[in-house]
Design a protein around this ligand. Sequence first.
Ligand code: SF4
Length: 261
Amino acid sequence: MAQSADAASEVLTLPGFERAAPPEPLPAAATRPFVPPTVQAVTLHAHLPQDLPTLRDLIRDCRLCTLCKTRTQTVFADGKPTARLLLVGEAPGRDEDLQGLPFVGRAGQLLNKMLAAINLAREDVYICNVLKCRPPDNRTPMPDEVERCSPYLEQQIALVKPVLIGALGLSAAQALLKTKASMASMRGRRFEYRGIPLIATYHPAALLRNPGLKRDAWVDLQAIRDFLRDAGAREAGAAADGAAEGQAAAAPADSAARSAS
Ligand code: SF4
């Protein structure tokens, strides 16, 4: 049964995103506009490694910007290399810098709860940041740092080939969409990053600082959940159509072979 808006928001006024709202029924295709992802638009950088493990190794020694001097280690990614949902944050924080993994610590724990609220496990998604090294005191990334590090993120996206990108926080959304727009103006809309649909929402750290934003974040999470569900339904439908066409094409050949034997 569909859950009311009040009931959904009540979930998020609880300590976190611990309780997932029941999935809502799949809307009729005719009532929901769908922009098919054109993943082919994302192309690999020829000058960078063509697989994720080698790219990780390359980045480990990167010295393209001054953040290499203050980092403990680079933070490449976590999660599933073939994930349908790719989440991008801003940059490693203190815990990430120490552990070498993105979205750990309190913000990471909240992200896990946010994913659980839409029936996803952390292992189901691919998680990375715009910057691979921690800015001192967690300051906002400088434009030249974003520019130098972005090809790595672009390569990650091209290798993972997600169905949907979730930009977590203003810095990630602005870096991916090459815009100075506010989060308020980007929320609630669907963008494209090189042909891949993109939804922007708040970074979990922002939700920790301002729990009042959780209501909006829940709306965004539902949009992500719905998009993945609709895309999955269409992928299944396309696969079934393809199988039926294959059987139909094979039938006359089988018939001819039997006649000839
Ligand atoms: S932030 Fe990116 S560009 Fe700068 S040193 Fe780290 S990996 Fe290299």
